[in-house]
Design a protein. Structure first.
Lengths: 341, 341, 341, 341
């Protein structure tokens, strides 16, 4: 089969012919890829940024946002069957550690990460575990949802955590209405009654946010903290979700957070640097956020099936992988680039 | 001022001229009534059903679903000011007992219930406590929301409790799409991503439910349990809210509840009668529901301000109180009857 | 190896020689049994009460409360290794259904129940899944904890659910200080600051309860509801755990429950039969309780390792299985009977 | 009556004769002081550090950790009566704002702080609100518990927040076993089954900690992070409570926190300065902590009544206030200094 592989860092990806993976263990699932998201992380992998961390042996097949159809299953697989349309959770988790047993599988102590530390989805077929497979609704197609597998799932996870404490009349500030933020806004609009205030440097992003569920938008021109305080009676928002995490957004986000409120960090880059007295006197929480769990992905797919979360995609044939990479690198992708074998 | 009073049980209500109540304590609030809901409970009061329970001395002014404008406030009142538009929580709570201190003021150990055990809102003015007053949005008018103070608040409370555990992809069955159910559906649609399945004996009620947020409707013809099971893969719904509580709805509701699911009782009449082995083997919870807390009412008003919860009202001048009572008794009220002084 | 098997209902168990089970799948674990609890359910199995429900094919090896040493593991087993001391969760769950993925594995949609629907632990060796194996502390021995695998785990689960809402100053009534109740009391004493009030018909059981953590005891002589109300200022307890579930305990338990309180059903037999108006006006919850999850068992073993939960056992050689059965049936077992191969 | 007052900053406190306060409003309570804690904050007040923040007009009576007997009550007071022994929550809250209505009264938008911004408890009598009064058990005496009103309540609040997520087998690190930490350890030992690991620079403090409930102790000599990691299998603790908040404890505390764990800041001084990528990749939470709520104080008093939390006190007659201040300033107080009128 065709597979796009990393053969060396600081080199171009290469299309190779490799054997179709086969089921060997009882929980194995081989998936025929219907769509593989092209993510900025893939560019970083090529630059060698993940080489040491992942320890992956080259060559290997890249691609960690995958969806498709089940091609073959091991003997113990009960959650999906041949022919099922599926999206794949980015982690293949062990199911045995305490975190997995608590439903918190993202913190699995023995997980693999296909596309990062093992063969991924820029290929015709991918072998994974039944524990990664989430069936999707008949109305969805793999290429349309593949990019929700990682970036979308991260946004969902943070939004769902926020929604768990937001009540009608509460305010939630979303800093950053880009790739993740724009999913987060749709999710919050679907699952929470809170008033959504979006902050972004880009006026077009703010405009888009307003069209997909935000209640008000603020173009970050330096006065965004003051504007949020003004919009919240000087008190700040019950929850602030920061999809940016750099360029001063963390201090601003904390300054927008109400007493006893939550500031959720999703984007990263800079340090959170805050006096302990400020955290204590206002009793504010700073909550870290990683990608969502398997059940989070099930829930996100339920929203997608009802058109509550929609992703704009730009599709490329698998053979055109280099164009997709180049377009992403060159800022020419609107929405998410998807490879379709 | 004019006040419609109970002067004897099994007698007609009587319009009297009484003094306008005055502020005497620091937390007192006198409200000029803008709308008072006419509730079936008012009919029961006249029949003497509440005489012993409330211990109220006759004559007294009836009416427990009230909204209006703040007319005067005591010296310690900080949450509302003269001229504010307000809806009144049905209970005037003490603020000092452990339940009040926990935010669970509905279980206050020292509450009054204006319209039931003290003077209510079928009048031009009503005296209550600052603890009952919830400011409402400029866009709302007292006569439009008054009936949300009690019935609507009960529905909100149950719906919010259900929503706290419902995730995208979950199913919630609502039994009864009448007065309370029809608020509950709107609330759930606004605050939860769950799929809403409405069950009612009346096909018109089901149709209405579908127009205000229900995802599917079942006309209860004896096959409703089977239909819910079929719609849920044989497993039942994660949550069932029973706004009926009689005529077999409790056994049906429990039979519609999934393993580890919640069955919420709101309507009442019959007994819940269920083998302990059934509760245990499926690990089902039966949750009682009373009216909502003060903060629940704040949240419900936030939804109302955004037109997420809308009530159909049929208005009567205060002088026409007898027509309102007669129309309610005769089944001629569409939505809720409201007295407007 | 030796295995005690059911060869026919209404017949005696029979000691057979059968092959030692072998690892065939990657998640298989073969355990050398160190102790197998003899449970009243085993008597019911012999009476045929489970025949239809379990659908098990005869002959099969009985015994569902098992602990021992890991003898062999499949290739994908990461949570235990050969030689580890383990206790076995009663269910071998799939790990793939939504309940398993949420940590709520007791509600697994595809579980096996060794000793009930497949070969159990009245034997020298037992084959199970890695998902059932919980490592125990060096200080514990299999025969000492085996009986915590099912009965103890049920008590732990209910106690932990209760503890999640109990705060210092709250009261928890425990109805029934027998096998389960006596574990529940120890657990509550270890994990909750609530005041524990024990109710039992048997004065000796009450005395025992007081020695292992109960703060006060009531011998159920007909006045137990009044006594609980008196001890709680007429209000009832925040939580009531009913380990009996028959003989009137459900109505009594509900009558002992405070407004907004929880009544937990663990024991079973009779019906819960309660007017909906009572559930609603006091806003009481009735919570069903099944056996605990895998992680519950991990936590219970953490308590056992610190001697917070201690079980009295009466041990029998595996060859003496008939004596154990007879003693249990004849009421001659103090604590729990354990077969030791 | 006698009252010790601040008459000028950077001057000594002065004993004055002032009128006994009187009940004027319906929620007023006048308390005869039985004990008033002498706190380091009192020294800071004299140094003028609070002058601007509190805006208090001089002269005024100092003392914010108070307990005593109810001397007189206003007409609407239902929670205490003349003669009751009480401890006073440090804040006199409004009971009307959204925070108060949610039970989160510490975030009251209109609170007074007797001893800081109004007359406090270094006096024979103090006037406060019914909302501050918590009845204490007959077995307790005001002078013995007064110091739990503020410092103890802060420790309780953090410990209770930690306990809400700690399960048997989990580990909780307590950094700092001084005034607050030593209450926190007693509280955690009473309400949580977690293993308590105490870290302090002072070997004697560690020794004391072990005698009041800690399971293990680490003298902070620079290797404390490594020691905690070693004690937790390299993973860190589920919860870390930092009662220090300076001298590097925040970075150390975060380094001791397990993936998906909580780091609670209680002590303050330095900045929390952490890369966002670290918060995200380990999904760690940083939780601010202020003083506890009214209900927290009720619960703490329930623990005190059962001798689960015991405070060492060093008592002074009110007339000897200067000795108490001098001893505190000179480091000669073991436990807490208490003025007894």
């Amino acid at each position: 089969m065709k597979a796009v592989r990393v053969t060396g860092y600081h080199e171009k990806l290469q299309m190779d012919d490799v054997p179709v993976p086969e089921v060997t263990g009882p929980h194995d699932v081989v998936v025929r890829i219907g769509g593989a998201g092209v993510c900025r992380t893939d560019l970083h992998i090529l630059e060698g940024q993940w080489a040491e961390k992942s320890g992956v042996a080259l060559p290997y097949t890249i691609g960690h946002e995958n969806a498709g159809w089940v091609h073959a299953v091991g003997s113990a697989v009960t959650n999906v069957a041949e022919g099922d349309k599926v999206i794949l959770h980015p982690l293949a988790t062990c199911g045995l550690c305490r975190a997995c047993r608590a439903g918190d599988d993202v913190h699995c102590e023995n997980s693999a990460f296909p596309g990062i530390d093992s063969d991924g989805g820029y290929a015709e077929y991918l072998k994974t575990s039944a524990r990664s497979c989430v069936k999707i609704d008949d109305s969805l197609e793999p290429a349309g949802v593949a990019a929700l597998a990682d970036a979308g799932l991260t946004a969902y996870h943070a939004a769902a955590k926020a929604a768990a404490r937001l009540r009608a009349g509460d305010r939630c500030v979303i800093i950053g209405a880009g790739g993740l933020g724009h999913i987060g806004i749709q999710v919050l609009d679907a699952i929470s009654p809170a008033e959504l205030i979006v902050v972004d440097r880009n006026a077009d992003a703010v405009k888009l946010a307003l069209s997909i569920g935000a209640d008000s938008g603020i173009v970050a021109d330096g006065s965004q903290v003051d504007q949020v305080l003004e919009a919240t009676g000087g008190k700040g928002a019950e929850v602030v979700i920061d999809f940016v995490g750099e360029g001063g957004s963390t201090a601003q986000g904390l300054a927008m957070t109400r007493r006893a409120g939550d500031y959720l960090v999703v984007g990263y880059g800079e340090n959170v640097d805050v006096p302990t007295i400020d955290l204590i006197s206002a009793e504010i929480n700073i909550l870290g956020n990683l990608v969502g769990s398997y059940n989070d992905l099930v829930e996100l797919m339920a929203l997608a099936a009802r058109q509550k979360v929609v992703l704009h995609t730009q599709r490329y044939a698998l053979d055109d992988f280099q164009s997709a990479i180049d377009d992403l690198d060159g800022g020419r992708v609107r929405g998410r680039a998807i490879l379709v074998p």
